[in-house]
Design a protein around this ligand. Structure first.
Ligand code: B16
Ligand code: MG
Length: 261
């Protein structure tokens, strides 16, 4: 039974992806590396260092550690410049209402973000007080799809992983949630998030209790189909083994006196 909901930050609660994009694009421009929306998509949920490493790899470049540090600091300074313009109006559609009604419905709420800037951003847009626990890029070093950020969130909420639902906008985040043994609600398109238990465009007009019930039913149906598939595979394997016993692969087939004629 789901008792806690873990929320990603960028792309789920606030649209900071556009600011990450502007800052990385500015850096890539200075390094002479092409950087567009397709590349930015691949950085969602990915830590700052891992993002820099990917951009450099796309440009066929490597940098010594002090230069890496310098670019990460510069990119973050640009990002913070853009982000400080945010207000409560920048919370994504339906997110604040969903957080409030999920709390009222008795779910424990945590943040599971790769961003080291997550807490000041939540404070800036006025929703930090709606969280029972927060885990961000300062608490865990491994990037999504590593499940650490969500496992730590469950631990802080005092819940087992199977009692948690993750809300994510990035494929790497959905992977992380599944890897943690949690239910995964994707925000975006089914094409971009094919592994999520369900995908919605946003959290607008969603009732947490009904949504959780629907996701639990989908997960149960997937588990049931998986169990049936495994049983069918076991049956096919034992039939194959029996046939191999009676008709050896070397072609010297012996009549099977045990099978009905
Ligand atoms: P920062 P999320 C992630 O946040 C972003 O999606 C990703 O684009 C960014 O590189 C990462 O945070 C690190 O952010 O530079 O602020 O530490 O989606 O996991 O909330
Ligand atoms: Mg995200």
């Amino acid at each position: 039974m789901i008792r806690g909901i873990l929320f990603d930050l960028d792309g789920v609660l606030v649209d900071t992806a556009k600011f990450h994009f502007l800052a990385w694009q500015r850096m890539a421009g200075e390094l002479g590396i092409a950087f567009g929306h397709d590349e930015n998509e691949q950085l969602k949920g990915v830590s700052r260092r891992a993002s820099l490493e990917k951009i450099l790899a796309w440009g066929g470049q490597t940098l010594p550690e002090p230069e890496m540090e310098r670019w990460m600091a510069t990119k973050n300074a640009w990002y913070l410049e853009y982000v400080t313009t945010m207000t409560s109006a920048d919370v994504l559609p339906g997110a604040t209402e969903f957080l409030r009604s999920a709390r009222e419905a008795g779910y424990r709420i945590a943040l599971g973000s790769a961003s080291k800037n997550a807490l000041p951003i939540l404070e800036l847009v006025g929703i930090l007080n709606l969280f029972d626990a927060t885990v961000d890029g300062n608490d865990v070093t491994a990037s999504k799809p590593d499940p650490s950020v969500f496992l730590e969130g469950a631990r802080k909420l005092n819940l087992e992983p199977h009692e948690c639902l993750v809300v994510e906008d990035a494929a790497a985040g959905i992977e992380a949630a599944l890897c943690a043994g949690m239910l995964a609600l994707g925000l975006g398109t089914p094409e971009a998030l094919p592994k999520a238990h369900r995908v919605l465009p946003d959290l607008q007009d969603q009732d947490p209790r009904s949504l959780v019930a629907d996701l639990e039913a989908r997960a149960a149906a997937i588990a049931h189909a998986g169990a049936e598939g495994a049983a069918a595979e076991r049956l096919a394997a034992s039939a194959h083994a029996a046939a191999a016993t009676h008709f050896p692969a070397d072609g010297a087939a012996t009549p099977n006196t045990h099978l009905p004629s």
